[in-house]
Ligand binder design. Sequence first.
Ligand SMILES: NC(=O)c1ccc[n+]([C@@H]2O[C@H](COP(=O)([O-])OP(=O)(O)OC[C@H]3O[C@@H](n4cnc5c(N)ncnc54)[C@H](O)[C@@H]3O)[C@@H](O)[C@H]2O)c1
Length: 368
Amino acid sequence: MIIGVPKEIKNRENRVAIVPGGVKMLVDAGHKVLVEKSAGVGAGIPDDKFVAAGAKMIDKAADIWGQAEMIIKVKEPIAAEFPLMRPGQILYTYLHLAAATELGHELVKRNISAIAYETIQLPNGSLPLLTPMSEVAGRVSVQVGAQCLQKHRGGKGILLGGVPGVRRGRVAIVGGGVVGINAAKMAIGLGARVTILDVNAARLAYLDDIFGNDADTLMSTPENIGNAVAESDLVVGAVLIAGAKAPCLVSRDMVRSMSPGSVIVDVAIDQGGCIETIRPTTHDDPVYVDEGVIHYGVTNIPGDVPMTSTYALTNVTLRYAMELANKGFEKALRESEALRLGLNTYQGKVTYSAVAEALNLPFAPMNF
Ligand SMILES: NC(=O)c1ccc[n+]([C@@H]2O[C@H](COP(=O)([O-])OP(=O)(O)OC[C@H]3O[C@@H](n4cnc5c(N)ncnc54)[C@H](O)[C@@H]3O)[C@@H](O)[C@H]2O)c1
């Protein structure tokens, strides 16, 4: 199979979808790997490392899209890439289509076989290709939140860990999954007072077991969320309903109840966000103030730590890329339920129910 890896062009996105070790495995298995020149530079991988692993370096993204049977990316294609997509092409990347209506319609219109990293799901319900980026984003969310709380950044000027004799900062984390647990680890590590809210009682029990007295766990009800948000210096949005638009759990009134200069980091923004006042932002212009509260809504948080994220991501994406390349698209999907669940669009149809609902298009389950 001819596999293409274009350079990411989303704002400040420095990750790359493959590392030289992955190129070598694909080339050794008989495939041809085209990598766009300087695609890995932002992640600390120079072109010569890709060449040494057997990749062919290509000057222009258009030539990669034009030749490759399968495109492997990190982030969803943006408008400049839409015309490059070819009918029948396999696109293997993060897509988050529930929050990307235009892209969803383009993939349908252009007959793209689109496999979304974030909906590949194992029988135990876990999302193995979302996990490492959620680990990164959860950890970064508290780093970023702590900085935003500093006075010269516009925050109220509070140190999350406090000091002896002075109260600690308070952090509320809405959603105690992978993002939430990693945010909690960082916040607890900094010495903050942490509250984690989730709707899943078993998850709350697990969080209570591992964090003990270091964190409070609360059932995620509007009342509990309202109280936790009102007394927090930093709120982290971390909910997910797989493939669906995030539910709005923190209302504008709740945001208004926070003291001025508090901070909201809504990691769930890539699924539309779980805070009424959040909107997507970029690494170039990451924050804005609404209701006196600093909002951070960057949709590709891991892109800011590409040397960590590239390896964390490719550690988990490569095995499915190998399956797709070695077996071919249809056989790979026939033999892997996880990959079938990853399929979002195919032959002009939406094949993932929650995405169809969000895009207001018919749902067409595929039988292979
Ligand atoms: N912005 C970014 O750069 C970035 C990076 C990585 C992940 N994310 C996003 O972060 C979000 C969380 O991802 P994750 O991997 O932690 O998901 P996850 O499935 O591991 O965890 C989600 C948690 O939300 C909980 N939840 C569902 N409904 C809830 C409710 N009403 N109240 C409270 N909790 C509720 C679930 O029980 C679960 O524990 C996703 O939208 C993901 O796409 C964003």
